[in-house]
Write a protein that binds this ligand. Structure first.
Ligand code: SAM
Length: 227
């Protein structure tokens, strides 16, 4: 999978070189390219924003520079993700769907966001005929300062589902959110007793059927508690 993130703060993405993501890039499973939006500006001040038509507080990101940046990376069958708190809520189900994408392009907004004509432009027939999709996505009902952290949340959630990224693919089985409302049971490791707290006896029994039953009950209790 190819990932392109466009941002005015490329340094935000340094953690993408660490851990599983760093390893997956080294193995060629994944290619992550970070692009500095300001390198697509054409004025001496490297301007990326201007005042909003209609008035109001804050600045809006210029469509021209965004168009140049996206044009430089977009390929047939790409999915362009415009991060916005007003978008469709990101879920594990969406993460699974997006593992099928050939290329994901993350447009990281700042200020009041990106001029809406960018979304409109890449949603037009000339792009859908090339298999290009545009999604406006929110990672939750709160407002961040920019789309960088939101992109990284999505990139991590999507790419850990790609074959070969996780050391043990079994970790994806029985995981929270693997199906609607499912939450994983609590986990324990050594020592058996820690600060007067003991591991539930059943987990030490070696009785796999009973352990599976206990875990299923715990998962249900968690799901009910979180309703
Ligand atoms: N004026 C926008 C509004 O009220 O919807 C908020 C803009 S926010 C300060 C700046 C940028 O942060 C957005 O363009 C978006 O890229 C990103 N952002 C903020 N909250 C987000 C969220 N919950 N999910 C995804 N992106 C978010």
């Amino acid at each position: 999978m190819r990932i392109d993130a466009i941002t005015i703060f490329p340094d935000y993405f340094a953690p993408m070189q660490l851990s599983l993501l760093g390893k997956a890039q080294g193995q060629g499973i994944l290619e992550i390219n970070i692009h500095d939006l300001r390198s697509f500006t054409t004025d001496n001040h490297h301007t990326v924003d201007d005042t909003p038509y209609g008035g109001g507080a804050g600045m809006v990101m210029l469509p021209e520079v965004w168009g140049l940046a996206i044009d430089s990376v977009i390929a047939d069958e790409a999915t362009l993700i415009v991060l916005t708190p007003a978008g469709t809520r990101f879920t594990q189900e969406m993460a699974y769907e997006l593992t099928n994408a050939k290329q994901l392009i993350f447009a990281c907004g700042r200020y009041e966001g990106i001029d809406d004509r960018v979304r409109q432009h890449y949603s037009a027939d000339q792009y859908s005929a090339r298999g290009i999709k545009v999604l406006e996505v929110s990672i939750g009902d709160y407002v961040l300062g920019g789309g960088e952290v939101a992109s990284m949340v999505m990139i991590e959630a999507i790419t850990r589902l790609l074959p070969g990224v996780l050391g043990n693919p079994e970790s994806l089985v029985e995981e929270s959110h693997m199906s609607e409302g499912y939450l994983e049971y609590p986990n324990f490791t050594k020592p058996q007793s820690w600060r007067d707290l003991s591991v539930p006896e059943i987990l030490l029994s070696g009785n796999h059927a009973q352990i599976a039953k206990w875990r299923a009950t715990q998962a249900e209790l968690r799901a009910k508690k979180n309703l």
